[in-house]
Write a protein that binds this ligand. Structure first.
Ligand SMILES: Cc1ncc(COP(=O)(O)O)c(C=O)c1O
Length: 507
């Protein structure tokens, strides 16, 4: 185990994204009606007249302007291992030795050329240590505070399978057929009703369905970012968002945070200096910190975005997991933000992540660009899954399920937070989020959460070190602890195991 833990630690800084496969489906985009109106995609200002930063380019079928050729090296995260020394050996023609044999066997040796290198962006972007560690902690004896895994035993398996059965019995041909890129109208209507009920008036046509909210992030990066553009992120930030923006060739600039989330004054100063295109943030029960941005700060962030001409990407997979305290309105609903916010939502944390269903609410011009990007990515999200979840949302199943989940998560949050004092080193700090899935803890100087992880995992318990979540200099003493995956008794046992390493006498 220790060798694989060491491999994880190395991978957390050096590995590259493991699976980026794109499939092109010629002809289908046009079949599905994807040719955009160039004028509408080119629109550049919100209702208040403040200019949007332009979308990536006016029309997806036009060639890139000359200055886009070549991708500048990205300053975020040093590239520790080059993925393309000389032309890559391997690829479709096999490993180097196999290539050599083929070369010898090939009568027309001079016709054999190695494959070209991989795209630089794949080498520039680190793999997700969260996903790496999930692989390490899959042993059943490990009590893991590491992964952001919703509690599987709470999934409404009965309700979800009934919804699938209904759809397949009632409208099987429709449910198994290709569909529109924007998504199932009934599902969009149900999402619009839920978002509106949270105080952000939304029509079904304001929305598109995505294959998880992670795809929403990729679509936004495609629609909004040129290589070299600046993106402002919370520090620390959701890791897979850093990956998306890094793969898009963006320059990531961290904005300082405190216990109340992003600091709007620092945001204003940084936005004035860096001239970013967009600000990405998770205002409610943030990943990794569990923090929630208070209403006053949301209003201030909205004003800064309007004044500095930024897009806002508000990522909200956790907002419906509030188990105490008062809900805070969506950032996108504050004056100044309405016409410049892309709001991402997800069914992963409230229904089940295996469905891979999310949604995106955005102004028409941006949504249209995202629809075109999605046509190129996967045509549309699974018709069957969308229809089944639309059916599920038509009944009382989700609200009843959420009641159960919130109650269980509150008990798990209590078990974790109440036990941390005895598990973490003297002088540690942590928060007590009112919802979501994560607690953020900070150990005192001298403790390095990444270095301690192999020893922690040897005791069959795990957390995620905080360092990889920082786009700026990391606080190496921080850890993210998920409280939702295990019931309270197992959480208590996990904390005892954690104490064996973290409270052990130090040399
Ligand atoms: C902040 C944030 N955004 C997006 C996602 C991706 O969620 P989905 O499963 O909807 O793709 C996650 C998943 O953990 C997340 O924490």
């Amino acid at each position: 185990m220790s060798a694989s833990v060491a491999a994880f630690v190395a991978a957390s800084v050096a590995a590259f994204v493991s699976a980026t496969v794109s499939v092109s489906v010629p002809g289908f985009g046009v079949m599905l009606g994807c040719v955009a109106d160039a004028a509408s995609v080119g629109e550049t200002c919100g209702a208040d007249g403040t200019p949007y930063p332009p979308l990536t380019r006016p029309h997806p079928l036009l060639p890139l302007p000359a200055h886009h050729a070549g991708t500048p090296a990205h300053p975020w995260r040093p590239r520790l291992g080059s993925l393309h020394p000389a032309p890559v050996e391997g690829g479709p023609f096999g490993a180097p030795a196999a290539q050599a044999v083929r070369r010898r066997e090939n009568a027309r040796t001079e016709d054999f050329r190695p494959t070209p290198p991989l795209a630089a962006r794949t080498a520039r972007t680190g793999g997700s240590p969260v996903r790496e560690i999930l692989a390490l902690t899959a042993r059943p004896e490990v009590i893991s505070f590491a992964g952001g895994l919703p509690a599987g035993e709470l999934f409404d398996t009965g309700g979800i399978s009934a919804a699938f059965r209904h759809v397949l019995d009632e409208a099987p041909r429709q449910a198994l057929q290709y569909s529109t890129t924007e998504g199932d109208p009934a599902l969009r209507a149900a999402v619009a009703a839920r978002v509106s009920a949270r105080g952000f008036a939304t029509a079904p046509d304001d929305l598109m369905i995505t294959t998880g909210s992670q795809q929403g992030l990729s679509l936004l990066a495609t629609a909004l970012l040129e290589p070299g553009d600046t993106v402002l992120v919370e520090d620390p930030c959701y890791l897979a968002a850093l990956q998306v923006f890094s793969l898009a060739g963006a320059r990531l600039v961290p904005v300082p945070t405190d216990d109340g989330g992003l600091d709007p004054q620092a945001l204003d100063a940084i936005a004035a200096r860096e001239r970013p295109r967009l600000l990405y943030l998770v205002p409610t029960f943030q990943n990794p910190t569990g923090r929630t941005l208070p209403a006053g700060r949301r209003a201030a962030v909205a004003r800064v975005a309007a004044r500095r001409g930024l897009w806002i990407v508000e990522d909200d997979p956790y907002g419906e997991l509030r188990f105490e305290g008062e809900p805070v309105p969506y950032l996108g609903s504050f004056p100044g933000a309405e016409d410049r916010t892309a709001l991402l939502g997800s069914f992963s944390k409230i229904v089940a992540p295996g469905l891979r269903l999310g949604w995106l609410r955005a102004p028409a011009v941006l949504r249209r660009a995202c629809v075109i990007a999605k046509q190129a990515a996967d045509l549309h999200t699974s018709t069957l899954d969308q229809a089944a979840v639309a059916r599920y949302l038509a009944g009382p199943g989700l609200d009843a399920h959420l009641e159960r989940v919130r109650g269980a998560y509150r008990a798990r949050r209590d078990a974790l937070v109440d036990g941390l004092g005895a598990a973490l080193p003297e002088g540690s700090r942590w928060n007590r989020p009112e919802g979501g899935m994560y607690v953020w803890a900070s150990m005192p100087a001298g403790y390095d959460a990444t270095a301690l992880l192999p020893e922690v995992v040897r005791h069959d318990v795990a957390y995620v070190p905080g360092a990889p979540f920082y786009a700026g200099p990391a606080d190496v003493g921080t850890v993210r602890l998920s409280f939702v995956t295990h019931p309270p008794e197992e959480i208590q046992e996990g904390l005892l195991r954690l104490a064996k390493t973290l409270r052990a006498p130090r040399p």
